[in-house]
Design a protein around this ligand. Structure first.
Ligand code: HEC
Length: 194
């Protein structure tokens, strides 16, 4: 029933004088509605019924697997460039490491490793970790704000490996007048060294 024959669009209901016209929805809106409905159906079938697509968790795991692969490749590249991440025992490599040390490191760490500007490399006190890999990281990255230079790009990986292996031979030696420990950490027990 149309309450007003003059206006065929006017609907019957009224609230506090507000009336409604029975206008058609705009075409673009209707088409958008159909499209989103169709999309939802396709989406549901694709992801949840046929399980053809990957949901968030699966996609995350896939990306993570790719990341893990990149990481392990980078580590193995690093390992092949720097050896098995253990100090080398080979005499010629140690001699090469000694030469590098005397030339580039001794001015700050002293030829016997006792420490001068740089810390003592013979005692059990370490600021950046006591194992060989910790040493490698410091030699590669340096601690520029504290005066330890960055040797990345200056020394080749094999030279870094050689010099890190050479300073490893300082451990436990007792050079005269060593630089006192700079950090307050308790020294590690020998069994804790890697
Ligand atoms: C310009 C001076 C300087 C030179 C050159 C230098 N170092 Fe250092 N090195 C330092 C200083 C200073 C530190 C301490 C950094 C800190 O306080 O964090 C240090 C720290 C280190 C450490 C870490 C010690 C710890 O207690 O954890 C290692 C290992 C090391 N240097 C090895 C080397 C090697 C190998 C070379 C030569 C390739 C070298 N350094 C050349 C000044 C130097």
């Amino acid at each position: 029933m149309n309450p007003d024959p003059k206006d065929p669009l006017l609907l019957e209901h009224e609230a506090d004088g507000i009336k409604e016209l029975d206008n058609l929805l705009p075409r673009w809106w209707v088409w958008l509605f159909y499209l989103t409905t169709a999309f939802a159906v396709v989406y549901m079938l694709y992801y949840h019924v046929f399980r053809a697509g990957q949901l968030q968790v699966a996609e995350y795991q896939k990306e993570q697997a790719i990341g893990d692969k990149i990481k392990s490749e980078a580590i193995s590249k690093f390992e092949s460039a720097l050896g098995a991440l253990e100090p080398v025992k080979d005499q010629s490599a140690l001699a090469q490491g000694q030469e590098t040390f005397m030339k580039l490191c001794a001015p700050c760490h002293r030829p016997d490793g006792g420490g001068l500007v740089g810390p003592n490399l013979c005692d059990d006190y370490w600021m950046h970790g006591s194992n060989y890999v910790d040493n490698l990281k410091i030699i590669i990255n340096g601690v520029p704000e504290k005066g330890m230079l960055t040797w990345r790009g200056v020394l080749r990986p094999s030279e870094i490996q050689a010099v890190a292996s050479f300073i490893y031979t300082f451990r436990g030696t007792k050079p005269p007048n060593p630089k006192p420990p700079e950090n307050q950490q308790q020294p590690k027990k020998p069994s804790e060294f890697e």
